[in-house]
Design a protein around this ligand. Structure first.
Ligand code: COA
Length: 385
């Protein structure tokens, strides 16, 4: 096949049995399990194991994974010292990419695989996976304190992954509903078939690069505004609108000027993103629990969604996962520039599942190109140019 398709749109880049999307029906499933059921019953830890191993874990398998995560969540002080040298204005995604890439320099067991049977060393793959997932949330939480001039807060051994992350970030034991919302957000962002960052994982994994390098490459791909990051834009948009009575005029002006409404529309989904449906339900639970005493931006968001559904629904443009996640994170006291880093924490589970899947039957990626440059020609001496 010599046809060039920009962005490889529609070109299968791999064969995978990790997740599937039906964009017409608004269905997302991990290993065959609908995202709604995982959000209702699972935890991020259990969902990660499902993505990695292909099956829901036994109680023993899950307990073992949880204790491994806890054991590996503290990072060496060398990494903290390294982070202290970063400028406080540095973006959390730049920090995360640099810090994850540096892990291989401070921990043993990061040697590159050599191909053949070493790629099937499931113990090595499992160990590295646990270590990376465990350290992702610690690094993001550590940065929150280090960039403000404080020492980071150590993780606790008695908290689940989402709770521990919020605890390390804020220094307070989180409200159980907010901790559950964070847990569900991590589940919802853990995997989404072959997107740009997951493709980066496949390409890097196929060279047998070390897993820290593979994940650092994926973090770089996710950091771009065309991939992660729209949830931060949603929050800025809601603040700009200010109140629910100004929504109609705002949306109409944007549409007239052919500008986008952030958090609306998705290349894959032509219905409402199933993850947005779940997040909206959580938002409503929070509003109810607080007796309506929440950030007034929640009302603005609901009105934006109502108006957009009227104006854009016929084009198949509905709320996507980013529409409600940012506002929920802001309710947990998380600064907007950390939102994409939280996305990366969650997605590390999916990335590592794809790393493992790629190694199982590896062939190095080496696509071809359509050459569009000069025909062969002779070198011209400097004096004759
Ligand atoms: N606001 C306003 N109009 C939108 C829109 C949005 N967020 N998303 C799509 N549309 C309109 C398009 O302008 C187009 O209108 P037209 O047919 O009159 O030209 C129509 O809906 C179809 O959209 P299209 O551009 O073909 O969709 P896409 O699949 O190429 O784009 C996105 C998908 C995600 C890039 C796009 O919806 C978008 O930019 N959304 C906002 C950014 C965002 O929230 N990103 C996070 C995604 S998880």
């Amino acid at each position: 096949m010599n046809e060039y398709l920009p962005g490889l749109e529609g070109v299968p880049a791999t064969q995978s049995n990790i997740s599937a999307i039906d964009g017409e029906k608004g269905i997302l499933a991990y290993r065959g399990y609908p995202i709604e059921q995982l959000a209702a019953h699972s935890t991020f830890e259990e969902t990660s194991l499902l993505l990695l191993d292909g099956q829901l874990p036994t109680a023993e398998g899950l307990a073992d994974f949880n204790s491994n995560l806890r054991r590996n969540s503290r990072v060496k002080y060398h990494i903290r010292d390294l982070m202290k040298t970063f400028p406080s204005s540095g973006h959390p995604m730049e920090m995360l990419q640099t810090s994850v890439a540096s892990l291989g320099m401070f921990y043993l067991g990061n040697e590159c695989l050599t191909g053949g049977d070493s790629c099937k060393d499931l113990d090595y793959i499992h160990n590295m996976t646990v270590k990376i997932i465990a350290r992702m949330s610690s690094l993001v939480a550590m940065w929150q304190h280090i960039r403000s001039g404080y020492d980071p807060i150590e993780p606790r051994n008695d908290l689940g992954y989402a709770e521990n992350f919020l605890y390390m970030l804020t220094g307070k034991e989180p409200d159980p509903l907010l901790a559950r919302i964070m847990d569900v957000c991590l589940i919802l962002h853990a995997e989404h078939t072959i997107n740009a960052s997951t493709f980066a994982v496949l390409v890097n994994a196929s060279t047998l690069a070390s897993p820290n390098s593979v994940i650092a490459a994926a973090i770089g791909a996710l950091s771009g505004p065309l991939h992660g990051g729209a949830n931060q834009k949603v929050l800025e948009m809601l603040a700009e609108i200010g109140s629910a009575d100004k929504v109609e005029a705002y949306v109409d002006t944007k549409l007239k000027n052919k500008e986008v409404i952030w958090g609306m529309g998705h290349r894959e989904y032509k219905t409402k993103d199933p993850r947005a449906v779940i997040l909206q339900g959580l938002m409503n639970q929070l509003i109810e629990k607080r007796g309506g005493n929440v950030n007034p931006m929640f009302e603005v968001a609901k009105e934006v969604e109502r108006v957009c559904e009227e104006r854009l629904g016929q084009k198949g443009v509905y709320a996507n996962v980013d529409f409600y996640s940012g506002i929920l994170y802001s309710e947990m006291g998380i600064p907007a520039d950390q939102f994409t880093a939280i996305f990366a924490i969650a997605r590390s589970a999916g990335w590592l599942a794809h790393w493992r899947e790629q190694l199982k039957d590896n062939r190095i990626f080496r696509p071809t190109q359509v050459y569009s440059g000069e025909p062969p020609r002779d070198y011209i001496d400097m004096d004759n140019r």
